[in-house]
Design a protein around this ligand. Structure first.
Ligand SMILES: [Zn+2]
Length: 82
């Protein structure tokens, strides 16, 4: 559609992880998601953890996407960035 796709924030990405893993994102959102993951080490690590957890449990732990968990993760992301 447009090349002027805004970048996702880390918080938006975290909120979209479940849909991403369920392959429920539309093409544009998916492209932005993958762009962000490609550029953001913290989110790449988070996505890897979620994929691993989803594989291990056989489902996606939606509880881990609570607001509290998200802010904890975002704090952790800041720690990854040096
Ligand atoms: Zn990020």
């Amino acid at each position: 559609m447009s090349e002027e796709v805004g970048q996702l924030s880390c918080q938006e990405l975290v909120e979209l992880v479940t849909d991403y893993l369920e392959d429920a994102l539309d093409d544009g959102t998916r492209a932005r998601f993958e762009l962000h993951v490609g550029l953001c080490h913290g989110c790449a690590a988070y996505l890897g953890q979620m994929e691993e957890t989803a594989t291990r449990l056989g489902s996606i732990p939606v509880d881990s996407l609570s607001t509290e968990a998200t802010s904890t993760l975002l704090d952790a992301f800041r720690g990854f960035r040096r």
